[in-house]
Design a protein around this ligand. Structure first.
Ligand code: PLP
Length: 386
């Protein structure tokens, strides 16, 4: 049998391979502490779940407009004006089942075979996967650890050119927890305008930021709205990973095209899920603040723990719920170290190389886990590293 080669390059996400190995150790009776999956460890807030259940009970179980119900698109546009300070019409909003389709479909709608696409490496693996499916040429840009893991702008300047169609940025970032500084966004925006490139700004962690900071958006910079897609979603902020609910904000003609791709692929996002989404955006937001304060405590505990380990040094993450410690001093590949820590200490975490070749020499831990588990894990790691 033969297959179309557009799927040849696709790989499973690294987290699932580590999870499978961790679960097989658990089946053998080992206790494993999990830091591999990027998923909140609390339940969807009650008011949101109840809104979803009420919608099902009221028969809101139909197809909707492929780009979302008018009420939900209006709610997202309103949220964008309140929270992001931008003026967006509901026609610029495209609702999708999860945030991922709003990476995939804009990429398909914009990238012709042979077009170059710049993206962060280490970065969320879906970017490279989707560029390949669209027939684009992936152009990874390495990150600078000391500058919040922002793009290495010297490398970026060398790689951007007339063939660059699309630039993907992610702030706060998975896997590093870094926020791209305003000055770097201005640099990237100027280059995007010079080379007439689109920008996809993955802002799925925009609400999970620490120490009173905000993650600035490239969308707000002059003349960027006409070439920027904001991708956001409900999975992380509202602990709704399994509901599958996300959206994109983009210029209207692109929104129309992405809407058509949704029409012919998924049809629409579940109607009752969109009712839950309206409640998420318009209901009590103090719950989000409380969860973020909780993550910040965990960040501080894991950061102190990692920085006290021999051969490990870790930048302070400013957002998301990931730490990305540097383990180069251990003199082994990140894959070897991650495997060794799983087998010897019973701690499941990811090698930085699961996020691209420039992630080599790092580990990624998702600290959506209790302070107690974080402390126990740090003790176990200290024991084996000594
Ligand atoms: N973007 C980033 C950086 C992520 O980490 C994730 C999920 O892990 C997503 C996008 C997609 O999330 P979802 O499809 O659940 O909205």
């Amino acid at each position: 049998m033969t297959y179309a080669n557009r799927t040849d390059h696709l790989k499973a996400e690294g987290a699932y391979a580590v999870l499978a190995k961790a679960q097989s150790l658990e089946a053998d009776g080992r206790e494993i502490i999990h830091f591999e999956i990027g998923q909140p460890d609390f339940d969807t807030f009650d008011n949101i779940s109840l809104a979803g259940m009420r919608a099902i009970a009221n028969g809101k179980t139909n197809y909707t407009h492929p780009a979302g119900t008018p009420a939900f698109r209006r709610a997202i546009a309103m949220d964008a004006s309140i929270r992001r300070g931008i003026s967006v019409s509901p026609e610029q909003v495209v609702v999708s089942p999860g945030g991922k389709p709003n990476i995939f479909f804009p990429t398909l709608a914009l990238v012709n075979p042979g077009d170059e696409v710049i993206y962060p490496n280490p970065g969320f693996p879906t970017y490279e996967a989707m560029i390949g499916v669209a027939g684009g040429i992936p152009v990874p840009v390495s990150l600078v650890e000391e500058n919040n893991f922002s793009f290495d702008l010297d490398v970026f300047d060398k790689l951007i050119n007339e063939r660059t169609k699309f630039i993907i940025i992610n702030s706060p970032s998975n896997p590093t927890g870094g926020i791209i500084p305003q000055a770097d966004l201005e640099h990237i925006a100027a280059a995007a305008k010079k080379y007439d490139a689109w920008v996809l700004s993955d802002e799925i962690y925009a609400r999970i930021v620490y120490d009173g900071q905000v993650a600035p958006s490239i969308y707000n910079l002059p003349d960027m709205a006409e070439r920027t897609i904001i991708m956001d979603g409900f999975s992380k902020t509202y602990a709704m990973t399994g509901w599958r609910l996300g959206y994109g904000i983009m210029p209207q003609e692109l929104a129309r095209r992405v809407g058509l791709l949704l029409t012919h692929s998924v049809g629409s996002t579940a109607e009752f899920t969109q009712y839950a989404g309206i409640e998420a955006l318009t209901g009590d937001q103090e719950q989000v603040d409380a969860v973020v304060a909780n993550y910040q405590k965990r960040r501080d505990v894991i950061l102190d723990g990692l920085n006290s380990l021999p051969g490990v040094s870790c930048q302070k993450p400013q957002g998301a719920f990931y730490v990305f410690p540097n383990i180069k001093a251990l003199g082994k590949s990140s894959d070897e170290v991650a495997n060794w820590i799983l087998e010897e200490a019973g701690i499941a975490l990811l090698p930085g190389s699961a996020f691209g070749k420039y992630g080599e020499g790092y580990l990624r831990l998702s600290y959506a886990n209790s302070v107690e588990n974080i402390e126990r894990a740090m003790e176990k790691m200290a024991k084996i590293l000594k």
